[in-house]
Ligand binder design. Structure first.
Ligand code: 7TS
Length: 417
C-alpha cells in the first residue's frame, strides 16, 4: 500500500442511514448491514416519494398527449434526461438515451454502432469485464465476423497497460472497457485509454455502472464517445439506465428496436426515424422511475461526488487493513486504496464464499458471493467464486468491523482452526 494520507470523509453515514427506510429494518434479529451495493444500492425516502408522487399526480403517457397530465409526465421524463446530461457533463442532452440498465445501453452500442463494423474489424475489451460488456460483443462477433481482443490484467488486478500498444491497430474500431471493476474494484485510467483508442481511430465505450455512483465522472473531460450506467446502482429505481453518447455518433446509428415514439413517418412497407435520442426509445418508457431518478442525483449532488469518493476510499482502506490483518484471506485487486473503488473481493481458502455469505446473513450482514457475472475474470484469478463487500455512502467503519467479526465467527462455525 502507498503511504498517502487518507482523504477526510465529510459524510455522516448514520444521518444518511436515517434517510433510507429499508436500512431501518432488521434481518434475523440484527440491524441490517447492507454491503451489497455493487449489485444495487438502497433508495432514499425522496426517491420513493417521487415515484409515489408521479403516479399520484401526473401519470400519463409521454410525448403524445396535449392534456395537462401528458405534459407533466413528459416534462418529468425529460427532466431526467437533462439532469443526467448535467450530472455526467454530457455534450448535449440529445446524446442521453434512456434505457432499462447498463446492460441494455451496452447492447445498444454493440448492435447499433456495431452495425458499422465489418468482418476483420477489431473490438478491444479486457479480462476484467462484466458479462454485460462481453456478451453483446460476442453476439456482434458471431453476426459480423468482428474479431474480439482482450487486454490482459496484471497479477495485482490492473489493466496491463504495457500490453496496450500491441493490442491496438488501425483495425481496432471499438475499445470498450469498464471504468471500475465490480470484482477487483480497480479504477481504470479511462482518459489515457481513450487517447490511445482515438489515436488508432477507434471509438471509446465506457462501462460506468460502478463508477458513476461512486466518483466524479465527466464525459467531456474524459473525451469518451459512449458511457453506460444504471440508475439502480446510484440510489435510483430499477428499470432505468442510460447510454450517454456524442450526438454526432448517434446520428450515424440505425435504430435497433422499432415501434411507437421512434418514428417520424410510417408507411405499410417503409418508415423514417425520429430525431435522436427518441429514435432509440421505442415504445412507452419507464416514465415513473425515470421521473424519480433526479431525486437520487439530488442526494449525490448534495453530498458532492468528491466527498462520496473520499468516504468510500476511507472505508475500503479500512476494510483492506482489517481483512488483511485476519491473516487467512486472499484479497483480490490492487492493495492501494487510491487505485480502487469502494469494494473488496476476498476468498477464505477453507470456506466456500456462499457458505461465508450465509453465515454473515444470519448476523444481518448482506454481501455477495459468486462469479459476479465475470466468469473470464474468475478463470484468470483461478477461483470459482469470491465473496464481495461493496460500500455506499451510508456504510461506516462499524459495519466493516461487523463484517470482520462475522468472518471470524464463520471460521468458528465451520470448525476451522
Ligand atoms: N457493468 C458492471 C461493471 C457491473 O458491475 C454491472 C452489474 C453491469 C455492468 C450491469 O448492470 P445492470 O444494471 O445492467 O445489471 N454488476 C452487478 C454486480 O456486481 N452484482 O450484481 C450486479
Amino acid at each position: 500500500m502507498t503511504a498517502t494520507a487518507p482523504p477526510r470523509t465529510t459524510l455522516d453515514p448514520s444521518a444518511l442511514r436515517a434517510r433510507f427506510p429499508i436500512l431501518q429494518r432488521q434481518v434475523h434479529g440484527h440491524p441490517l448491514v447492507y454491503l451489497d451495493n455493487a449489485a444495487t444500492t438502497q433508495k432514499p425516502e425522496t426517491v420513493l416519494a417521487a415515484i409515489q408522487r408521479y403516479y399520484s399526480t401526473s401519470n400519463a403517457n409521454v410525448h403524445r398527449g396535449v392534456h395537462t397530465l401528458a405534459e407533466e409526465a413528459t416534462a418529468a421524463y425529460e427532466a431526467c434526461r437533462s439532469r443526467v446530461a448535467r450530472f455526467v457533463n454530457a455534450p448535449d442532452e440529445r446524446g442521453v438515451i434512456i434505457v432499462r440498465n447498463a446492460t441494455e445501453a451496452l447492447n445498444l452500442v454493440a448492435r447499433a454502432w456495431g452495425a458499422t463494423l465489418t468482418a476483420g474489424d477489431e473490438v478491444l475489451l479486457s479480462e476484467m469485464e462484466h458479462h454485460s460488456n462481453l456478451v453483446p460483443w460476442i453476439l456482434l462477433a458471431r453476426e459480423r465476423g468482428v474479431v474480439l481482443r482482450h487486454l490482459p490484467i496484471t497479477d495485482s488486478g490492473e489493466l496491463d497497460m504495457a500490453a496496450l500498444p500491441g493490442m491496438l491497430s488501425r483495425r481496432t474500431q471499438v475499445v470498450a472497457l469498464t471504468a471500475m471493476s465490480n470484482v477487483l474494484g480497480t479504477i481504470n485510467p479511462i482518459a489515457e485509454l481513450t487517447e490511445a483508442a482515438h489515436r488508432v481511430g477507434a471509438v471509446m465505450v465506457v462501462d460506468a455502472a460502478q463508477s458513476v455512483p461512486h466518483m466524479p465522472v465527466d464525459f467531456q473531460a474524459l473525451g469518451i464517445d459512449f458511457l453506460a450506467f444504471s440508475a439502480h446502482k446510484a440510489y435510483g429505481p430499477t428499470g432505468v439506465g442510460f447510454l450517454v453518447a456524442k450526438p454526432e455518433l448517434l446520428e450515424r446509428m440505425e435504430p435497433i428496436s422499432g415501434g411507437g415514439e421512434m418514428i417520424r413517418a410510417v408507411h405499410l412497407d417503409s418508415a423514417t426515424w425520429n430525431d435522436i435520442p427518441h429514435r432509440f426509445e421505442a415504445g412507452t418508457p419507464n416514465i415513473a422511475d425515470a421521473a424519480a431518478f433526479p431525486a437520487a442525483l439530488d442526494l449525490l449532488e448534495e453530498l458532492g461526488m468528491d466527498a462520496v469518493r473520499a468516504h468510500e476510499h476511507d472505508l475500503v482502506r479500512y476494510a483492506l487493513e482489517r481483512l488483511r490483518s485476519l491473516g487467512w484471506l486472499e484479497l483480490h485487486g490492487p492493495l492501494d486504496p487510491a487505485r480502487r473503488g469502494g469494494l473488496v473481493s476476498f476468498v477464505d481458502p477453507e470456506i466456500h464464499p456462499h457458505d461465508l455469505a450465509q453465515v454473515l446473513d444470519t448476523r444481518g450482514i448482506a454481501i455477495r458471493a459468486g462469479h459476479h457475472c465475470a466468469q473470464p475474470l474468475m478463470r484468470r484469478l483461478d477461483v470459482a467464486a469470491t465473496a464481495r463487500a461493496s460500500f455506499a455512502v451510508y456504510n461506516d467503519r462499524d459495519e466493516v468491523d461487523a463484517l470482520v467479526d462475522g468472518l471470524m465467527a464463520a471460521r468458528k462455525y465451520f470448525g476451522v482452526a
